[in-house]
Every structure is written in structure tokens, then in C-alpha cells.
Write a protein that binds this ligand. Structure first.
Ligand SMILES: NC(=O)c1ccc[n+]([C@@H]2O[C@H](COP(=O)([O-])OP(=O)(O)OC[C@H]3O[C@@H](n4cnc5c(N)ncnc54)[C@H](O)[C@@H]3O)[C@@H](O)[C@H]2O)c1
Length: 254
């Protein structure tokens, strides 16, 4: 009987692959036998990710691009197809917040910076929609493919002060349902689109908001922990299995 979770020979493109959650997931999936394409915005960080990836196996490559740049993504998509001939999975891991799209301490609701608000919507929402539209063309041609988006618990629960990011992640939930329905109706049962909604994991973006320099929780960090039954932040490896499960790629002939 086949191992339904075997990833050998699969090609997996990961955006935000220089970050904590998507970067860790990318390495985990490569270690399971997939060829992983590390996509990041910063050349130095992509180079570093690739150096580390090469210690896992030779099944890796990397490209630099902004996830909101459809022309750059088209070019990279073509390069991957020319080099590897197929793409099985797209993981949309790039995302994040900006101070102006959040109501800072001591600030009023009406102090929202609309410029930063728009940038956060663009990064998280368009930065998921654009790579999806680019790579899903190949999934359509292949009749198979798998997309995993990063939503957040803030999509469905009110996270005080955090408006732009929560709006964008709620829209990712909506987009995920829309895209999965359209793909299924138009192209059959080989293409799946899902999202995961992590709670709080410490990353460079939120560390200072949640943890003091002496390792204790900030007031905000403590509020989060109070609402978390495990009474701790997430560990990055806790998302790997969830994503692996979502990648079960049309292997029905067991
Ligand atoms: N850390 C958490 O608590 C948490 C919780 C819920 C959801 N998420 C989501 O998980 C995903 C990964 O987050 P993380 O915590 O690993 O953060 P991270 O900051 O470690 O990683 C985010 C990555 O996105 C990249 N990125 C940012 N803007 C980009 C752009 N315009 N083009 C290309 N790449 C860009 C960054 O370079 C970085 O590598 C994000 O979508 C985030 O919103 C994180």
C-alpha cells in the first residue's frame, strides 16, 4: 500500500520561505523528499535559506521576488517549469503586519494610517491572490495541484488594535473558499485549495510586542497567553504536520 503522504518527486514552491513558519515548513517538506523552491523578497535571506537547505538535500532552488509583483512571479513560474517541468504545491507563506495598520498603545481608533492599512491588505491579500493566479495555471494544465494559504486566528476572532492584518486574513479565508470552489467546478477534483489559521507564534515581527528583553511576557503577551489553553505560544514545528496533511496529493490508487 502506498504512503499517502510520500512527497518524493513533488515540487513545492513556498513564498515567505525565508521566514519562521513558511521557512521551517519548507525545510521540513524538503526533508520529506520534495524538491522545494524557496521564494523570498530579500536576496541575502534567500541565499542563506538555500545554504541551509543544501544541507538537507540537493532538491532545492530559490528565487527572489515580491509577492505582489505579478510580472516577477510569472517569470519565476516559467523558470521553475523550464527547470523542473512541474509544480505540485504552492504554499503562500509571505505575510505580515505594519505598525500604522495597527492602533498603537495610547492611540485612538481614528489614528489608523490608511497608507499602511492599504499596504498590509496588499501584502497579505494580493500577495496570496497573485501567486495563486500565477501558479494555478499549471495546476489547471496538470489536472492536479495543491495550494495552502496562511490565514490567522485573527480572521475570525477580534484581535484588539490589529485591523488591517485581520481584514486581510479574513479576506484570505474568503478567497480560499472561492478559489477552491471555482477550481473544483471548472477543473475537477485534482486541485485543492486550503488555508491554515495559526494562533500566536513568536517571529521577528511580533517578538517585541509579546516578549520583554528579560524573557517575561509583555502585557499584550500575557493577554494572549491567558486566552490560550496550553498557556504558551505555538512552536513552529506544530504547523508542519498540518501542512503535510493538507498536501495529500491525489493519490487515490492505493
Ligand atoms: N507568527 C504568527 O504568530 C502568525 C500567526 C498567524 C498567521 N501568521 C502568518 O504566517 C505567515 C508566516 O509568518 P511568520 O510568522 O513566519 O512571519 P515571518 O516574518 O517570519 O515571515 C514572513 C515572510 O514573508 C516575507 N515577506 C514579507 N513581505 C513580502 C513581500 N512583499 N514579498 C515577498 N515576501 C515577503 C518576509 O520576508 C518573511 O520571510 C504569514 O502569512 C503570517 O501572517 C503568523
Amino acid at each position: 500500500m502506498k504512503n499517502l503522504f510520500d512527497l518524493s518527486g513533488k515540487v513545492i514552491a513556498v513564498t515567505g520561505a525565508t521566514g519562521i513558519l513558511a521557512g521551517g515548513t519548507a525545510k521540513y517538506l524538503q526533508a520529506q523528499g520534495a524538491h522545494v523552491v524557496y521564494l523570498g523578497r530579500n536576496q541575502e535571506k534567500v541565499d542563506k535559506a538555500l545554504t541551509e537547505a543544501l544541507q538537507i538535500s540537493k532538491n532545492c532552488s530559490g528565487y527572489t521576488c515580491d509577492v505582489t509583483d505579478s510580472v516577477a512571479l510569472d517569470r519565476i513560474h516559467e523558470k521553475i517549469m523550464a527547470e523542473l517541468g512541474r509544480i505540485d504545491v504552492l504554499i503562500n507563506g509571505a505575510g505580515g503586519n505594519m505598525p500604522g495598520a495597527t492602533i498603537g498603545p495610547g492611540k485612538d481608533v481614528f489614528d489608523l494610517d490608511m497608507d499602511d492599512y492599504s499596504k498590509v491588505l496588499d501584502l497579505n491579500l494580493k500577495g496570496t491572490v497573485i501567486p495563486t493566479m500565477t501558479f494555478a495555471k499549471t495546476f489547471k494544465d496538470q489536472g492536479s495541484g495543491c495550494i495552502v494559504n496562511f490565514s490567522s486566528m485573527s480572521a475570525t476572532q477580534t484581535l484588539t488594535r490589529v485591523l488591517g492584518y485581520s481584514n486581510a486574513k479574513a479576506a484570505i479565508d474568503n478567497f480560499t473558499k472561492w478559489m477552491s470552489t471555482e477550481m473544483a467546478l471548472k477543473y475537477g477534483d485534482g486541485i485543492r485549495v486550503n488555508a491554515l489559521a495559526p494562533g500566536f507564534f513568536i517571529s521577528d515581527q511580533n517578538r517585541a510586542l509579546l516578549i520583554n528583553e528579560d524573557g517575561t511576557y509583555t502585557e499584550r503577551g500575557q493577554q494572549v497567553i491567558n486566552k490560550t489553553p496550553f498557556r504558551r505560544f505555538g512552536k513552529q514545528e506544530e504547523v508542519y504536520g498540518t501542512i503535510h496533511f493538507l498536501l495529500l496529493i491525489r493519490q487515490l490508487n492505493i
